[in-house]
Design a protein around this ligand. Sequence first.
Ligand SMILES: C[S@@+](CC[C@H](N)C(=O)[O-])C[C@H]1O[C@@H](n2cnc3c(N)ncnc32)[C@H](O)[C@@H]1O
Length: 377
Amino acid sequence: MADAERAKRLRESQGEERKIDWRKRKQGRKEEKKKWKEIKLLRKLEKKRMQELVEKQNEEEAKGKEARGRHYTVSVALPGSILNNAQSPELRTYLAGQIARACSIFCVDEIVVFDEQGEDSKSVEGEFTGIGKKGQACVQLARILQYLECPQYLRKSFFPKHKDLQFAGLLNPLDSPHHVRIDEESEYREGVVVDRPTRPGRGSFVNCGMRKEVQIDKQLEAGLRVTVRLDKQQNPESRTQKGIVVASHHPRTVSGLYWGYTVRLASCLSAVFAECPFKEGYDLSVGTSEHGAHVDQAAIPSFSHALVVFGGLQGLEAGVDTDPNLEVTDPSVLFDLYLNTCPGQGSRTIRTEEAILISLSTLRPKIDEAVKEASGR
Ligand SMILES: C[S@@+](CC[C@H](N)C(=O)[O-])C[C@H]1O[C@@H](n2cnc3c(N)ncnc32)[C@H](O)[C@@H]1O
């Protein structure tokens, strides 16, 4: 073969090799690209999976919180006149304490003290003028109930010396979850805004009954009672704790904690209903009487805001008779259910303070059942 021919073939074969080499490299690049694409896709899938996982966790956490929260309320109404049956100022005070404890034991959210004698007391500003003196029973009962509900470390701020509270030292404490001890850990605490200047843009200081004050997220007026949710992470070196102000129902509706009761005065029985603090009103009302229907045969329907009403010495009839807004004489017509909660009683009369304990303990499992059904649990 001529040299020229050999050189041409060599060139051709070298060209061929280069082509193959180039193709191989191209193929290699393609495979690498494919691999990268796969890695990218895998990463994308992993990211999506993680996102879904976080979303699911958040959802479950929210659901858990919702499941922890209690959205229904129970209110109790009773006439203030029951204090007038007590034989001494000490016993009068003790009777109020019994009502407070019975209501806390059964996680009552609101106590309404109504006037069944037409005294028309609307606030706790009045003075107690002595046992048996008409006019002050509702006010005194409401004041003692409020005093006992208030955590001990806040009482100095909210309850100046008052004759109505002269024997309050005799009273058994409520010992409810919002009466948190100084070193006890608690998600929430009740506090009072202290009168101390804060730097601009910083929140007020609150006395929450702890060794350190709590700096909250807002500037609020000194002397205000607030519910504080303490931050989970606290700096132990800091001179203050950190927290945020929440609505007073937060511990109940978000965390399912019993957080004490509010106290309301009503000028007559009908005002108990008419001045209901819930905009939807009470959707379940229960009247109590020895003349009511046998409690064992009663079923409680699902509800959001229940009200259980008790009478005084003369029963609920007295409240109906003196009420200027009511034309009925039979109290049973005012309620969804009118119940005898202690059928076959062995004493001729059950006192109101006893009836509260008896009725709330008989109604408790029925209430539980009703709210379980409503929440589909
Ligand atoms: C001293 S009792 C009133 C008794 C009065 N003779 C009457 O006719 O109802 C005071 C209150 O306790 C409650 N009470 C007393 N016995 C009850 C019973 N067996 N079942 C439900 N509530 C009762 C009622 O709210 C009543 O108004």
